[in-house]
Design a binder for this molecule. Sequence first.
Ligand SMILES: C[S@@+](CC[C@H](N)C(=O)[O-])C[C@H]1O[C@@H](n2cnc3c(N)ncnc32)[C@H](O)[C@@H]1O
Length: 451
Amino acid sequence: MQKNSGFLSTFSSKTNTILESAGAISISLHPQSIPHYCDFQNTGYIVGEAPEQLTAMANSEELDPNFPPGLHLVSAFLAMEPSDSLISIARACGGGIVSENVQRFIWEQCINQAAAIGYAPYVRNFVKKLIFEVESTHGCVLDELYENYGYYMTSLKEDSLGRGKACKHISFLFTDGSLELSNCPKSRKFVVPLNCSLNMLEGDTGCSVWPSSLYLSEFILSFPDRFSNKTCFEVGSGVGLVGICLSHVKASKVVLSDGDLSTFANMKLNLGLNHISTRMDVLEKSDKELNLVKSDIGSNSEVQCIHLSWESAAEAELQEFMPDIVLGADVIYDPACLPHLVRVLATLLKQRQVTTQTRTSNCQEDIVNEGRAEEAENDEQAYVESTKTPVGYIACVIRNIDTFNCFLDLAEHADLTIRDITDTARPLKLLPYMSSYNPSCIRLFTVTSNC
Ligand SMILES: C[S@@+](CC[C@H](N)C(=O)[O-])C[C@H]1O[C@@H](n2cnc3c(N)ncnc32)[C@H](O)[C@@H]1O
């Protein structure tokens, strides 16, 4: 057997040389068993999984894009997860090595769908790492991967990774059980394409997908009855993911707001990407002042996007909305904005009787709470409270305890009650393939008004 000469390490700038080289080494040895079980423990994808299960995956004939682990691999690629995470899942798919079978699957199900992402540097970087992974385990790299990488090497600049915008597809994956029951999402997965910035530190913060909005989205999709037939108002909506999920569970009305103009424009773009046609209506005077755009999602939710800064939001304008539910994800981080944010929350949450439906049975909620009676009781209490008066759901990562305590103080002065429901109302894990998302660092709070 011929030893793999290492395509990436002997890379030449001349494309022809690359492809000849690729052809020469694609007949290299292919060891069947050097399971990198230790590596997996660092990557997090299959921590704790027994080696026998890995072997079972390796022996499986076909990878299916509709079932794990193939489903996780495709979902992670479309969500533009870091290449190392993808490689980790790919290894698991091949029982410890990125076998030819797995490479073929990646080529057909991921790389051939790269146009959906619309961001070539990400694909190039992944293909590069994939080739490196296979070569470094003395595996045989598919010719298609070499050719694809050669193409990217000659057509893209190396430093372009991590800049600009791309279309991430966030796939919320439901278990089989949840499909059987009424009042739950019908499909096995709910895929949300989102145009977003790739670098949180560059450009507008609202154009990135923040972890709290992933958590809040999982919460909405896990407890749909809390939101269906309710009017919902989100502050600092960013890319619009939470609003798209609210619409999916059939909130009767969804108002998305953001104070940043480019974020606002990007949010409207994302509603369009999700087949939510935004249209400028003939607006009433107050609507015009709020730069309001109305849209429809399917035939159920009325969706509005509002350019609204917390500093300049007038009380009278906010009072017009009268939402049943107010939401915010990752909005508690700037001490200077907090007094204005709290004022907006207090105005929107002023007590009144919520007129929407009472609770119906919720299959997913029951699944989540099964065997956890005490937690379910607390959860129920929170739910009952939420049906009586408007309620806010704020998800956040507490990065700076002083800033968070400042929020609590301001909330107390504004007669708002904040309750931490993180441990009593846990959402389903609908993003199991997303290693970049760590829900354990996120807290979920309810906010209610005492006046
Ligand atoms: C950290 S991002 C979170 C975005 C989104 N909720 C998410 O979790 O992905 C904070 C959002 O709040 C918006 N924001 C910040 N300060 C604001 C203010 N004073 N008025 C209105 N929106 C503001 C930003 O434009 C941004 O979209």
